[in-house]
Design a protein. Structure first.
Length: 216
């Protein structure tokens, strides 16, 4: 944990109107490769119309629908990732923010201001902040970017598994990992490569509190 005097509080998030939307699209050959990584039956099943996507006619099969939803989610991830550049929240900088707030509140807590002004601040706020600082000190919270990447990976895993199950097929953990790895590679998203860091990738895709996946 960095020393307090070298740790800055988290900066403000970008205004929503300043966050640029991402316009990522899989290339045709990438799209084809991703559909081939999915259970083969899904490429033979026609996809019903989907009002939730901006490009409903692009997905002709269930496999196409999965790839399209993956593409949409990657765009959301890229937009979120861009907004985190100057506002990463970690236990260290949150604790720094709490320390600075406690220092600023000292005149109110110690009675250095008039009673009416002091009454604006709850009398137990310093104690609550101290407790929260201790709680955060015990956290092992990954950086915001890594949390966003994990959410993307887990969304793709659920997407593949649910579509596969709904159409009477099974999919193995390895197949899902290969699909996630290829999707992120095509999008240029830095992640643990499946060839060298399979366990690290699996930890992002399959959280420990989730039930074991089918081995197909």
């Amino acid at each position: 944990m960095p020393r307090a005097k070298y740790t800055k509080p988290p900066g403000p998030f970008q205004a929503i109107e300043q966050i640029r939307s991402a316009k990522f699209r899989f290339r045709a050959y990438q799209w084809r490769k991703l559909t081939k990584l999915l259970p083969s039956k899904l490429a033979d099943l026609s996809a019903p119309p989907d009002a939730t996507t901006k490009l409903p006619k692009k997905a002709k099969t269930i496999a196409d629908r999965i790839v399209q939803r993956t593409e949409d989610r990657i765009n959301l991830y890229l937009m979120i990732s861009n907004s985190l550049s100057d506002a990463s929240i970690t236990p260290a900088n949150v604790r720094s923010a709490i320390r600075r707030l406690r220092i600023a509140l000292k005149p109110f807590i110690s009675g250095s201001v008039d009673d009416e002004t002091a009454a604006i601040i709850p009398s137990d706020i310093d104690a609550k902040l101290a407790i929260r600082e201790q709680e955060i000190a015990r956290l092992r919270l990954p950086p915001a970017r890594l949390r966003a990447l994990a959410m993307l990976c887990q969304y793709i895993e659920i997407l593949v598994r649910q579509f596969t199950s709904a159409n009477g097929e099974t999919v193995s953990e390895q197949e899902i990992l290969c699909y996630v790895d290829a999707s992120l590679n095509f999008a240029g998203i830095k992640h643990p490569n499946i060839t060298k860091y399979r366990r690290r990738l699996a930890a992002l895709v399959f959280p420990k509190d989730m039930p074991p996946q089918s081995q197909g």
